[in-house]
Design a protein around this ligand. Structure first.
Ligand code: ACO
Length: 329
C-alpha cells in the first residue's frame, strides 16, 4: 500500500499541460476612454497615463455564462477535446449571473458536459484563474480515465458591479472570458504557489447580500497599488525558488492585467527584461480572473507561445489573494 509520504513525494512530479486556450468578448464591441469622459470627470489622457488602458468591453444584453460558453467552445475546439472527455469544469468569477446555480453548472447543458464531471465556480477575485488551475490539477487525479481533461475558465462581467458615477473604479475594469483545456502530464513540469491575507477588507471589495446596496465595487487605489508591487515580485521569487530557476530562465511572465504602471514597477524592481512581460490591458482593462487566460489567448494567437517554453503566470486579487504558477507550454 502506498504511504502518505510516498504520495506527497510523487505530487511535484505530476505536471500539467495546457492544450489550448480560447476567449470571448462582449459583442457590443470595444468602449474607448472617450465614452467614460461623458459619464465622469475624467480624460483619456488621465486614464492612459495612470493605467495604460485605452479601451475595454462591456456586455450589453450578454450574460457571463454566454461569454463563458463561447470561450469554452473555442478552447475545446482548438484542443480537439469533446465535452464527454471533460472530468472537471471550474469557473473563476466574482461576477456570476446568479448566486446559484453556478456559471459552471449552467455550462453543463450548454456544452453537454458529462454528469459525473465536477463543476463549480470559485471566487478568488483576480487570482481566480490561478487558484482554478491549481485546484483542477488536484481534481484531475481522481477523474475517470475516459475524462482526463479539465476546463478552467476566468469569466467576468465587472460592468454589472461598477458604479458609473465613481471615476476611481469605473475606468479600470472590463468584461471578458477565457478558457483553458488542461491535462495531467509527466513531460510538462508544473509548480505553483498560492496565498491569501485579509488584514484590510476595505481596500478592495464588492458589496453583497449583507450590504444595503449589493453589487458595487469599492477600492482604495493607492493601497492596492502598494500591495500589488510587493506581492507580485514576492510570488515570482517564491515560485522560482520552488522550481530552482532564475527569472532569466523564463520565456514569458504573464501578470494579472490590472495596470501598466504596476507591471512596469515589477519589471524595474526585479531587474527583468520588459519584453518578458506580456501586456494587453490597453485593449481590455482589468478583466479580473479572465485577464491571465485572456493574455495567454492573445499570446497564442500572436504566435508568441511555443511548445517547451517556460511561462510564469502571476496574479493578485481582492481578499487579498495571490498566486503564481510555472507552466511548461
Ligand atoms: N480620472 C481623473 N482623475 C481621477 C480618476 C479618473 N478616472 N480617478 C481618480 N482620480 C483623481 C483622484 O480623485 C485624485 O484627485 P484629488 O487629488 O483631487 O483627490 C487624483 O486623481 C489622484 O488620485 P490617486 O488615487 O492618488 O491616483 P493614482 O495616481 O494613485 O492613480 C490608480 C489611481 C490608477 C487607481 C492607482 O492608484 C492604481 O493603479 N492603483 C492600483 C489599483 C488597481 O489597479 N486596481 C485594479 C483592481 S484591483 C485588482 O485587479 C486586484
Amino acid at each position: 500500500m502506498i504511504t502518505l509520504e510516498a504520495m506527497r513525494a510523487a505530487w511535484p512530479q505530476i505536471g500539467l499541460r495546457m492544450l489550448a486556450v480560447g476567449h470571448a468578448l462582449p459583442a457590443a464591441g470595444p468602449v474607448p476612454n472617450s465614452y467614460l469622459e461623458k459619464l465622469v470627470d475624467t480624460s483619456d489622457e488621465w486614464i492612459v497615463s495612470r493605467t495604460g488602458i485605452k479601451e475595454r468591453y462591456f456586455c450589453a444584453e450578454q450574460q457571463n455564462v454566454e461569454l463563458a460558453e463561447a470561450a469554452a467552445k473555442e478552447a475545446m475546439a482548438r484542443a480537439g477535446v469533446e465535452a464527454g472527455q471533460i472530468g472537471v469544469c471550474l469557473v473563476a468569477t466574482f461576477t456570476p449571473d446568479r448566486q446559484s446555480p453556478s456559471v459552471a453548472c449552467c455550462l453543463q447543458q450548454r456544452l453537454g458536459l458529462p454528469e459525473d464531471a465536477v463543476m463549480f465556480d470559485m471566487n478568488a477575485a483576480c487570482a481566480g484563474f490561478l487558484y482554478g488551475v491549481q485546484t483542477a490539477r488536484q481534481i484531475l487525479l481522481a477523474a475517470p480515465a475516459e475524462r482526463p481533461y479539465a476546463l478552467v475558465l476566468g469569466s467576468e462581467t465587472p460592468s454589472r458591479v461598477l458604479d458609473f458615477t465613481d471615476r476611481n473604479t469605473c475606468v479600470l475594469f472590463g468584461d471578458g472570458a477565457a478558457a483553458a483545456v488542461l491535462e495531467l502530464s509527466a513531460e510538462n513540469p508544473y509548480y505553483a504557489v498560492c496565498g491569501s491575507r485579509t488584514d484590510n477588507e476595505q481596500m478592495l471589495f464588492c458589496t453583497g447580500l449583507a450590504d444595503d446596496k449589493p453589487g458595487v465595487v469599492h477600492m482604495q487605489g493607492q493601497e492596492v497599488f502598494r500591495f500589488a508591487v510587493d506581492i507580485i515580485p514576492h510570488s515570482i521569487e517564491q515560485l522560482l525558488t520552488k522550481c530552482g530557476l532564475q527569472l532569466a530562465d523564463i520565456d514569458h511572465v504573464v501578470c494579472h492585467q490590472a495596470n501598466n504602471r504596476i507591471i512596469s514597477h515589477v519589471v524595474k524592481k526585479m531587474h527583468a527584461r520588459p519584453e518578458q512581460f506580456f501586456i494587453n490591458l490597453q485593449h481590455y482593462g482589468n478583466t479580473s480572473s479572465a485577464s491571465i487566460p485572456l493574455a495567454l489567448n492573445d499570446m497564442w494567437e500572436q504566435g508568441l507561445l511555443q511548445r517547451g517554453q517556460k511561462v510564469i503566470c502571476v496574479g493578485f486579487g481582492a481578499g487579498f489573494t495571490w498566486g503564481a504558477c510555472l507552466l511548461t507550454w
